[in-house]
Design a protein. Structure first.
Length: 61
């Protein structure tokens, strides 16, 4: 819990505040990321080709 508060909480002086509302939104965001990661796993991975912040192409592994 401490790591999550430090990483995702709102800094205020020498404290990090991770309130219920922020934690609930974080849980929703992480569930969305997990869903996307499961799709990547099903594809056996993906490759992204990028040059100087320009997306060139993507393909499955």
């Amino acid at each position: 819990m401490i790591e999550l508060a430090i990483h995702y909480g709102t800094p205020k002086q020498d404290q990090y505040i991770l309130n219920k509302k922020l934690a609930e939104q974080l849980a929703i965001d992480l569930q969305t990321q997990l869903k996307t990661l499961k799709k990547i796993i099903d594809k056996k991975g993906i490759v992204v080709v990028q040059e100087q912040d320009i997306l060139i192409t993507t393909y499955n592994c």
